[in-house]
Design a protein around this ligand. Structure first.
Ligand SMILES: CC(C)(COP(=O)(O)OP(=O)(O)OC[C@H]1O[C@@H](n2cnc3c(N)ncnc32)[C@H](O)[C@@H]1OP(=O)(O)O)[C@@H](O)C(=O)NCCC(=O)NCCS
Length: 216
């Protein structure tokens, strides 16, 4: 499903449950010794997805550890992103020569809990959501905004090694399955925005960003 909103240079793998055995490397085991069974299962399944996706790039199985602020650590010439939510796990990877950064996020297609929208949105975005809700009330637009913003952060952080808060970027959602994000005060040499795509199906919302590398 996630491959539908990513370019072909990005290789993906996904799972809708934790039923397939997903062995971990010892150094991955160390990261979740104190985790609950649920966290352990999603952690392991998404790493099995990551190894399948890396295999599609011709790479051998490798541990996917957590680096600064939790960002996944990929082999040297690889960029990628992972997500897990109830009923969905996915990984997306590409060669850094082809793609500069990737950010993917999945959410249940349900309205945000009371009070969350005010924390994660800007005034422009709330006005946009009101219009979208009038046009297509069947879509959980507020959750889609949240999902798109988390995909933005997952693309942004590996590029900049810097925090980006929900108020630090403004997202415009298109009804055509696209979105754009504008970073409001980008530092010199930081990205000033992203283009992404979204999809909602089978009770899930997915958002994905892949920045294609410029030819050298
Ligand atoms: C990091 C964050 C985006 C994760 O999103 P989430 O919906 O909670 O969780 P998901 O299951 O979708 O994603 C978890 C995966 O994100 C990845 N991730 C975590 N921190 C990351 C970071 N700093 N950079 C990139 N990817 C990161 C990891 O692969 C993680 O998987 P793991 O825990 O198994 O290693 C979220 O917790 C967060 O901190 N958000 C605040 C920042 C933000 O979204 N700003 C909006 C800017 S417009």
């Amino acid at each position: 499903m996630i491959e539908e909103i990513l370019p072909p240079a990005v290789r993906t793998a996904e799972a809708f449950d934790d039923d397939r055995p997903a062995p971990l490397f010892p150094e991955e085991e160390e990261l979740i010794v104190h985790a609950t069974g649920k966290r352990r299962a999603e952690f392991a399944t998404v790493r099995a997805c990551a190894r399948r996706a890396l295999g599609e790039l011709g790479l051998p199985p490798t541990a996917v550890l957590r680096g600064k602020r939790g960002a996944p650590q990929w082999p040297g010439d690889v960029v990628g992103s992972m997500t897990h939510c109830k009923g969905y796990r996915a990984a997306a990877v590409a060669r850094a020569d082809d793609v500069t950064t990737i950010g993917i996020d999945a959410e249940p297609a349900l309205p945000l809990s009371h009070g969350t929208l005010g924390l994660i949105s800007r005034p422009y975005e709330r006005a946009m959501l009101a219009r979208l809700e009038d046009d297509a009330p069947e879509v959980s637009w507020d959750r889609l905004l949240f999902c798109a913003k988390e995909a933005v952060y997952k693309a942004w952080f590996p590029q900049t090694q810097r925090w980006l808060g929900f108020q630090d970027a403004e997202v415009q959602i298109g009804t055509d399955g696209t979105f754009t994000a504008r970073v409001l005060e980008p530092a010199p040499n930081s990205p000033d925005g992203y283009h992404g795509r979204w999809l909602t199906r089978d009770g899930l919302i997915l958002a994905a960003i892949a920045v294609t590398a410029s030819p050298r």
